[in-house]
Design a protein around this ligand. Structure first.
Ligand code: FAD
Length: 472
């Protein structure tokens, strides 16, 4: 019997698997596809996701393969163009040492998955492709999985990270409440295209060469560190389907110099806005698109899935290592409201021109404000809040230092002992905050005084905060 089987090797399943494997939990990852996805799908990686993935040691690699600087170029009806910074509110603003990444990174989803697969392989785990789950049944001790070839696997826990049409969710009988919007459709594809500059993310609203061709919005985004572009064409015609020929025809109609060399993927998409009302049934947990789907507007789907994975990974690892499974209840409690918020926000952004988004909506999409707080405000981050970064001596940072252990205890104004009631028995480091701080940023970011002790959870949120702790 395996400890954990993860069904689905998209970004959610891969991140969950890394989180488990790096904590010594034997994990197996299945995917029904013959090999990795080739489509660029979720290409906007939000800064909070980079922070979460930084703890897995892959943020720098992702940043090196993506781009923060890809301004929008709006093509107007009269042939003129208007450029707009993607992270306009950040241009010229002062660097913030508590937040290493502040804008969204453009990177194709297949690349993010590749980096996560490579990280997983470092833990000795390879994805089993061509292995499709057909059904599952659970009892008190474990879960039986029946595969498409009729064979069976058994594991103590199962993660359903198998996307919007999740088999795991269906087998659990968990409802997927919401709506399908037949009228909001996209033709999607990746292609090699000549005749457009790769320094901008090009957009056309319903005008010019598109009028009469059924498209209401057209976006071509050059994918960094590749030769390809992502094509997104919004339309309302249920009889129109993506094919290399149709994508080529529509793209080439944009201008006489625009030529498609090769279409590498072509698919149809229509808007579903749905979510589950529970992420866990016994020994089976849902994560990512299996638990919530919504509009790509604002670029939050993959990011929310990775957020689920990082929230769940350490908790399930702790339970496998002996913690009370009640810890897993906090997974639904914390992540379900985040999904509900994202469904609402992406709904507000759907169909709105990029430039008409408010500054608050843009900030919201970045994920830096996500909190699991259930306690009143304090002088600094309290239980459930994001634990900010800060510079430490020797050119280090708190985020880098946090990688050394699951739990980090920041003691201000003198030493303290590690709390004895942290779940799961993962490694704990107690840091003498004042001795390590490079400057006043750490104290300020945590609103700390002498005697403040902040315990940071393995997923980068505050676990507890105590003022005027008695020195050890
Ligand atoms: C046009 C477009 C643009 C987008 N842009 C963004 C963006 O900018 N930012 C963002 O965050 N998100 C974006 N998204 C959303 C993002 O692509 C998804 O949210 C993301 O793929 C969800 O990841 P996941 O791992 O949960 O599921 P998936 O990526 O769907 O992975 C699920 C995996 O499970 C496997 N599977 C399914 N059933 C079975 C089974 N029975 N047995 C075994 N394996 C199975 C599948 O083969 C698949 O590999 C966009 C989506 C689209 C379509």
């Amino acid at each position: 019997m395996d400890d954990v089987i993860v069904v689905g090797a998209g970004p959610t399943g891969l991140t969950t698997a890394v989180e488990l494997a790096r904590r010594g939990v034997p994990v197996r990852v299945l995917d029904g596809l013959d090999g990795p996805h080739r489509g660029s799908r979720g290409k906007g990686m939000q800064p909070r996701t980079l922070e979460l993935l930084d703890q897995l040691g892959v943020a720098d690699r992702l940043v090196s393969l993506g781009s923060f600087d890809l301004p929008f170029r709006h093509h107007e009806a009269d042939g003129s163009v208007r450029d707009e910074e993607r992270n306009a509110d950040l241009v010229g603003s002062v660097v913030d040492p508590t937040t290493p990444w502040r804008g969204s990174l453009v990177i194709p989803q297949w690349r993010t998955e590749q980096v996560l697969r490579e990280r997983l392989a470092e833990e000795g785990v390879d994805v089993s492709y061509g292995v499709r789950l057909r059904s599952l049944q659970q009892d008190d001790e474990g879960v039986d999985l029946e595969l498409d070839d009729g064979s069976h696997l058994r594991s103590a826990w199962v993660i359903g990270a198998d996307g919007g049409s999740s088999t795991v969710r269906r087998e659990l009988g968990v409802g997927f409440l919401g709506e399908t919007h037949e009228e909001v459709r996209l033709l999607l594809g990746d292609a090699e295209i000549d005749g457009l500059d790769r320094d901008h993310w090009h957009m056309w609203a319903a005008q010019g060469p598109l009028v009469g061709r059924g498209a209401v919005f057209f976006a071509l985004c050059p994918l960094p560190a590749t030769e390809t572009w992502q094509i997104q064409i919004a339309h309302t015609d249920p009889d129109r389907h993506a094919s290399p020929e149709l994508l080529t025809e529509l793209v080439e109609a944009l201008g006489p110099r625009v030529r498609v060399r090769r279409v590498t993927t072509a698919s149809d998409w229509r808007l579903n806005v749905r979510m589950v009302d529970d992420y866990r049934v016994g020994r089976v947990l849902l994560a990512g698109d299996a638990a919530h789907v919504h509009s790509p507007a604002g670029g939050m789907g993959m990011n929310t899935g990775i957020g689920d994975a990082v929230n769940l990974g350490w908790k399930l690892a702790a339970v496998v290592h002996g913690a009370d499974p009640v810890l897993l209840d906090s997974y639904t409690d914390e992540r379900l409201p985040v999904a509900a918020h994202v469904l609402g926000l992406s709904g507000e952004l759907t169909g709105r021109q990029v430039f008409s988004r408010t500054a608050e909506q843009i900030r919201d999409t970045r994920g830096l404000g996500i909190t699991y707080r259930t306690v009143p405000d304090g002088p600094g981050p309290v239980a459930g809040d994001r634990a900010p970064d800060a510079p430490l001596r020797d050119d280090s940072t708190l985020f880098l230092r946090r990688r050394a252990a699951d739990w980090t205890v920041l003691a201000f104004g003198g030493p303290t002992a590690a709390p004895s009631d942290l779940p799961g028995g993962g490694p704990v480091q107690v840091l003498d905050a004042d001795a390590l701080a490079a400057d006043g940023t750490l104290r300020e970011a945590y609103g700390a005084a002498d005697g403040t002790v902040v315990v940071i959870r393995p997923d980068g949120y505050v676990w507890s905060r105590v003022e005027a702790a008695v020195p050890a």
